[in-house]
Design a protein around this ligand. Structure first.
Ligand code: HEM
Ligand code: NAG
Length: 447
């Protein structure tokens, strides 16, 4: 995809006006897989298995206000995702989404918004852009995100003139929505929500194409620029079992998905940092293995929490993605979690093992996982012969039921906090990215 004028506008409008040094190297990327389990979680915490479609003209649900303060956000944790499934087949594994969770809020919000700025200023149109024909959808999405934030988080997003100016109380920035708009709609969206956004429209032939995207956190470092204008089939070319297992159900779902039908899913992979644009595991290519000095406690599960909804006017499909990290260490006393992870990294379908690069680290991590499994047996959390299967609380940790929507979902036993590590890693990121992209320059897996 060559540079087009709308992309150039976006770069021009990027507030700081820093010169953009896109490297143009891209590597493989990932989100994740699927299942068919019912979530046993209390009402309102979602997700539930979605089966039924609404009337195509039914209005989308509105969020209810959550009066959390900026101070409360600082200690707030997202819902504790544990999306491990066994048996592990590639399926859609979508759940009905409570609109209140469309754009979640947690203590990493500020750091994520700042990291978005760095990525956009450094790589510009590699990670944000849109094609002609997406204008209406982008504006509609901007309005939807704005009104969602104002309604859902009245103390975090405030306005005194009915939304012409909106203050983000978390970053301190006031966004000016007066016309003509000063910034690209995708930038406003990115300054309000910590999610990545993909905007998909049907073309004249009825084929779904990615028409706009603001994707600073792909994890595998792919440049969304190369995906703009592509069909969903082409975008998912590298996804294992897409053609047989995913595509048919996806197309069926999209055919009926109404604006009132929100769904979410969570895919995951394992890494040993918290870098959002390009993470350690996908910096390893061509069979490269993890560095031998990585400590077991550094391993985490990166959950790619995704949502899907349709805009009522433009009919665009909005796909969001945002990463949440849970270290394996903080999950060590949750029955079967270490056993499930060990089983999946060695015995998942071959395509998934390759896609998630499990081979690059699994021999390194297995002594640690063995230790954790033995520990669970000693503590009586599991038995030697407890069958390894999807958790009863799937896709969440058991403690999801013990917390509440005001406080968030902090792990009661091992509260996690990767803020400091994250900030250190961000400092190293430019160098890490340069080295990795140089190493990859044009090699296999780029797209
Ligand atoms: C409609 C908008 C969607 C967009 C724009 C989108 C985009 C993407 C992108 C960019 C990737 C990375 C591909 C790569 O590795 O090169 C990906 C992976 C993937 N997508 Fe989608 N996707 C969409 C919908 C869906 C849906 C509805 C499903 C299934 C329910 C799905 C399932 C997957 C799976 C399984 C992967 C592989 C990574 C993983 O294991 O999650 N996608 N998608
Ligand atoms: C998490 O760590 C950061 C950085 O060290 C610190 O400023 C913050 O207060 C911590 N948050 C919580 C909830 O402990």
């Amino acid at each position: 995809m060559t540079t087009n004028s709308s992309n150039t506008d976006i770069l021009y409008l990027l507030a700081a006006g820093i010169a953009v040094g896109g490297t143009g190297y891209f590597i493989k990327r990932l989100l994740s897989e699927s299942s068919v389990k019912k979530a046993k979680v209390p009402a309102g915490t979602g997700p539930k298995k979605g089966k039924y479609h609404s009337d195509p003209d039914a209005p989308p649900p509105e969020p209810t206000p959550l009066y959390i303060t900026p101070e409360q956000v600082k200690t707030r944790d997202d819902r504790p995702w544990r999306p491990f499934r066994w048996p592990y087949h590639q399926t859609m594994s979508i759940f009905k989404l409570d609109v209140n969770h469309w754009l979640d809020m947690d203590k990493y919000y500020y750091d994520y918004i700042k990291e978005k700025e760095r990525v956009f200023h450094t790589y510009g149109e590699d990670n944000i852009g849109r094609l002609p024909g997406s204008e209406e959808a982008c504006l509609e999405l901007m309005e939807m995100v704005k009104s969602h934030m104002l309604k859902r988080y009245p103390l975090l997003f405030t306005t005194e003139d009915n939304g012409v100016h909106v203050k983000n109380e978390l970053t301190g920035e006031t966004l000016d929505f007066s016309l003509p708009l000063k910034l690209d709609p995708l930038i406003y969206i990115s300054k309000m929500a910590k999610e990545d956004f993909y905007i998909v429209l049907k073309d004249d032939e009825g084929v779904h194409r990615l028409m706009a995207a603001a994707v600073p956190f792909p994890g595998g470092g792919f440049g969304v620029k190369h995906k703009l204008g592509k069909t969903l089939d082409v975008i998912h070319t590298n996804v294992p079992y897409y053609e047989n297992k995913l595509k048919p159900s996806m197309e069926r779902w999209f055919a009926k998905m109404a604006p009132a039908d929100l769904v979410e899913r969570a895919s995951w992979f394992i890494s040993w940092d918290h870098r959002l644009l390009l993470t350690s595991i996908y910096s390893l290519i061509n069979g490269e293995k993890i560095q031998s000095d990585v400590q077991p406690t550094e391993f985490n599960v990166r959950v790619e929490r995704q949502t899907l909804r349709r805009l009522p006017k433009s009919k665009a499909i909005i796909f969001t993605n945002h990463p949440v990290f849970h270290s394996i260490e903080e999950m060590k006393d949750e029955p079967l979690v270490p056993s499930l992870i060990r089983k999946i990294i060695f015995e998942a379908p071959e395509g998934i093992i390759k896609y998630k690069n499990f081979e690059s680290f699994r021999d390194h991590i297995v002594p640690y996982l063995n230790k954790l499994v033995d520990r669970q047996i000693e503590l009586g959390l599991i038995k030697e012969d407890t069958p390894i299967k999807t958790l009863p609380s799937y896709p969440f940790a058991q403690f999801v039921k013990d917390s509440d929507v005001m406080k968030g979902w902090t792990n009661p036993k091992y509260p996690g906090n990767y803020s400091e590590k994250f900030r250190e890693e961000v400092k190293d990121s430019p160098e890490f990215e340069m080295k990795t992209y140089a190493k990859m320059g044009g090699a296999v897996g780029f797209h």
